[in-house]
Design a protein around this ligand. Structure first.
Ligand code: NAD
Ligand code: ZN
Length: 361
């Protein structure tokens, strides 16, 4: 069992990571005065985990009420949000009751949004069951649903009371989703945690093979890194911005592929290879950053090569990014563990690197 504290101002909370910790939720939750019911917003892929959660909540005299929602991204709509808050109303939820998000980042974002808005805010526990959820989405308090006009356009900040990451739940995660999460792990290793990077370089096998002990350690390291950023300690590169490493191009690719091509992590892997090349081209990093990045990604089963959209389409997509302010701002590495935010990369250099990576003009 690993415990990581997220020292946000006001109400710090813990990320607890371990194998088979689901049914220990009762002892790990902080005090929740007045809570009687735990509404468990559940992805169908992990519905079989509800009984373990329910028995863990019993000693706290919290009755578990499952609220099933569609799997994955389908859950992040205003319609599903409405169904969830109407269920809360129909079952006479009160503001002291608990909302539990049991599922991947999608369920976490949806349940978090419902918990933060129903009666102006209910306590929330995140129980992420994907690697992406455990290392990234469940920590930090961002909630959101999508609009037809774009992803994550409606949302709030609502910090959970507890994040409970049971690495045993990852046993059933489809390989592609595991790899997608491993891209976020690589991101943390390259930008914030050289020790994690070295360990992955030494022996990536146990992690890729989902050894519970290896996963517990890796998830806890990533959680700790995200906790530091979220708490605002990592100001050098601008808080939180560093978490966007590889994401500027990654998001552009996802959008251009209409979210039906590469997974988020696969797109971010390409984005990290691009960022490494750009850092070298920009005179920021030594040339070996590219090879080191590629070797790490390959060892985690990620392929930074593959067909890219055209340079013109990518350039246009970069300009449409919601973070675009006349210049494209990149998180680049001066070296591993040394992220810097750069907004003086000329578009010609961006184009050159994309061409070098095989993007058609
Ligand atoms: N709030 C944040 O800070 C933050 C950060 C990163 C990502 N996100 C959001 O998270 C979402 C992506 O999260 P994700 O990658 O976890 O995907 P996801 O929640 O869509 O889950 C991926 C798939 O795995 C299935 N699944 C979940 N747990 C499983 C398990 N244990 N075994 C088998 N199948 C399982 C789901 O049904 C789904 O089909 C996106 O909507 C993204 O915007 C939010
Ligand atoms: Zn990401």
């Amino acid at each position: 069992l690993e415990r990581v504290s997220v020292p946000v101002p006001g109400r710090p909370y813990e990320v607890v990571v371990g194998a088979g910790v689901l049914d220990r939720i009762g002892e790990l939750l902080p005090e929740l005065p007045g809570a009687e019911v735990a509404f468990v917003v559940t992805d169908p892929a992990v519905a079989d985990r509800v009984p373990a959660l329910a028995s863990g909540l019993e000693p706290r005299r919290l009755r578990a009420v499952p609220l099933p929602v569609p799997a994955g991204e389908e859950a992040k709509t205003l319609d599903v949000y409405r169904a969830v808050v109407q269920q809360l109303a129909a079952r006479e939820a009160h503001r002291d009751d608990l909302v539990v998000a049991l599922g991947g980042g999608a369920v976490g974002d949806l349940a978090g949004f419902a918990a933060s808005t129903y009666m102006r805010g209910m306590p929330l526990a995140q129980v992420p069951t994907t690697l992406t959820g455990q290392v990234d989405a469940a920590i930090g308090g961002k909630t959101a649903v999508n609009l037809p006009e774009g992803k994550n356009l409606v949302g709030t900040f609502h910090q959970p009371r507890l994040v409970l990451a049971d690495v045993e739940t990852l046993a059933t995660l489809p390989e592609r989703h595991l790899r997608s999460g491993l891209a976020e792990v690589a991101k943390v290793a390259l930008t914030l945690d050289p020790e994690l990077l070295e360990r992955l370089e030494r022996d990536p096998v146990p992690v890729v093979a989902r050894d519970p002990e290896a996963l517990t350690w890796v998830v806890a390291r990533c959680a700790a890194a995200k906790a530091r950023v979220v708490a605002g300690d990592e100001r050098e590169a601008g808080p939180r911005m560093v978490l966007n490493y590889g994401h500027t191009l990654g998001h552009a690719i996802e959008r251009l592929e209409a979210y039906a091509g590469r997974t988020h992590g696969e797109a971010v892997a390409v984005g990290m290879e691009f960022a490494a090349r750009l850092a070298v081209a920009h005179g920021l990093a030594a040339a070996d950053l590219v090879g080191r990045t590629r070797r790490l990604l390959a060892s985690l089963g990620l392929d930074p090569d593959g067909a890219l959209p055209s340079v013109g389409a990518i350039e246009q997509a970069l300009r449409l990014d919601k973070k675009f302010r006349g210049v494209v701002r990149f998180v680049l590495l001066a070296g591993v563990g040394r992220p810097v935010v750069v907004d003086d990369v000329p578009m010609t250099r961006v184009r050159e690197v994309l061409l070098e990576m095989g993007a058609p003009p």
